[in-house]
Design a protein around this ligand. Sequence first.
Ligand SMILES: CC(=O)[C@@H](O)[C@H](O)COP(=O)(O)O
Ligand SMILES: NCC(=O)COP(=O)(O)O
Length: 237
Amino acid sequence: MTKLSVNVNKIATLRNARGGNVPNLLRVAADIEIFGAQGITIHPRPDERHIRYQDARDLKKIVTTELNIEGNPNPKFVDLVLEVKPDQVTLVPDAEDAITSNAGWDTLKHRVFLKEVIAKFKDAGIRTSIFVDADPNMVAGAKETGTDRIELYTESYATGYSLNKEKAILPFIEAAKKANELDLGINAGHDLSLDNIQYFAQNIPDLLEVSIGHALICESIYLGLENVVNMYLNKLK
Ligand SMILES: CC(=O)[C@@H](O)[C@H](O)COP(=O)(O)O
Ligand SMILES: NCC(=O)COP(=O)(O)O
């Protein structure tokens, strides 16, 4: 069975918009676990525009499933992860000013760097994952770094799904085959949604974990809207 790790970045975005503590990130994460999710993912960015470094420390104390911290392994991020010791760290090569993650690692070009960072995390007992495009060469490069898993960057699948889902999934099937051959665990994420997740999971049978945030939070707002509007109307009767 594939585990669902809910990315709570967007909860922190909403909280930060008013400067207070509503919604309460820790409460939301705990409730997401109560509702059955098997993990919590966060992606602290250097400007702390959503998840703050302190959130990572606080979440570590209350998450009872699996905490996955994603990010670009700059020195500050590496120190944070080694201090917090999440269950899993996912290395993502995003630029400081990136709106969101927009590419996987070139695991061949950055092999030496990745190998060093992966070794540090594994020595600390943290499971490692490397964010890669659906390209068997990049998967093979990831294996050389010593990582436990890869996370397939699913933006191209999500975009292609509505046009031609059979075509959109093909590179992911190939990349997953390569990962299986090399005994690498497979995670996936980015722009997965209620529309496209089932077909993805059906076609990538060894999928260990998906991390989903943006669509899941948007869907939650929309699916809850009618209920909440009616609750307000009842209060105003
Ligand atoms: C690695 C990945 O695809 C996600 O972590 C995604 O980048 C979410 O980050 P934002 O919420 O900052 O867009
Ligand atoms: N690793 C992907 C992730 O955590 C969530 O990405 P998205 O669903 O917010 O696009």
